[in-house]
Design a protein around this ligand. Structure first.
Ligand code: S3P
Length: 171
């Protein structure tokens, strides 16, 4: 089984879809933000505050190198900026979870833990800036993706079924 890399904007549901995929398949799953937080023993928000974004991107680079050399048969969910790593294609099949900006924000706000979800993401603090980032990134996400899943109005379970079906063709 080749690795599957989930990319997409903050809050689109990469974590939720990953959890559904592992329930319905033999993939193991890891998350690049979780790896960074455990290696650094602090939250992403603190890393951004204490060291700045550039430092965080260096950590992502180290993870990307390790994923390419050492990880197999795994579903890898990533932070929204991880797609900038230049070796993504060597890591696995790239799956974009796609949704309009407004639908993503609506999804986050509908969550019982909405305040926490917004607070933990430094790049979502200013919604105007976040929209600009979304507009810059979306064409790049689309260009990179082997598979695109429109997650709007679909449950994580439905997205995971669609993912597994589409990924089969790349196996
Ligand atoms: C980021 C997305 C975040 C996290 C960090 C930076 C980004 O992950 O990696 O705050 O640049 O889009 P999520 O996409 O899981 O929110």
């Amino acid at each position: 089984m080749r690795n599957v890399i989930l990319i997409g904007f903050m809050g689109v549901g990469k974590g939720s879809v990953a959890r559904e995929v592992i329930k319905n398949s033999s993939y193991m799953a890891i998350d690049t933000d979780d790896l960074i937080e455990s290696m650094e023993n602090r939250k992403i928000k603190s890393i951004f505050e204490d060291e700045g974004e550039e430092y965080f991107r260096k950590l992502e680079k180290n993870i990307a190198k390790w994923l390419e050399s050492s990880v197999k048969n795994t579903l890898i969910s990533t932070g929204g900026g991880f797609y900038k790593q230049t070796n993504l294609k060597n890591i696995g099949i790239i799956v974009l979870l796609d949704s309009p900006f407004d639908a993503i924000i609506k999804r986050i706000k509908a969550h019982p833990n909405a305040a926490k979800k917004l607070k933990k993401r430094p790049l979502l603090a200013d919604l105007k800036k976040a929209k600009k980032l979304y507009d810059e990134r979306r064409p790049e996400y689309l260009k990179l993706a082997d598979i695109v899943i429109d997650v709007t109005k679909k449950s994580a379970g439905e997205c995971s079924k669609e993912l597994l079906k589409k990924v089969k063709k790349y196996a």
